[in-house]
Design a protein around this ligand. Structure first.
Ligand code: ZN
Length: 74
């Protein structure tokens, strides 16, 4: 979706013109967001992804212990 160009300042202090909802900062590589609300949403999404990965790894570890380590010890 095309938006009217707006100047947005990144966390690193670099300002750039945005004509879409998000764009990678050319200076630090972080995303800058057209709408500040999207930034929060992005953070929540990132946190959610981290939690999902952690849960998946925990599950794999659990399966590993149950299927491999437990029979070896028992
Ligand atoms: Zn930046």
């Amino acid at each position: 979706m095309k938006l009217s160009p707006k100047e947005v300042v990144c966390d690193c202090g670099h300002s750039q013109m945005l004509d879409r909802s998000k764009l990678m900062c050319t200076k630090c590589g972080k995303y800058v967001f057209y709408n500040p609300r999207d930034k929060r949403k992005h953070k929540i999404n990132k946190a959610y992804t981290v939690i999902l990965i952690a849960a998946a790894m925990g599950f794999v570890a659990y399966i590993f212990i149950e299927m491999i380590v437990d029979p070896l010890l028992g």
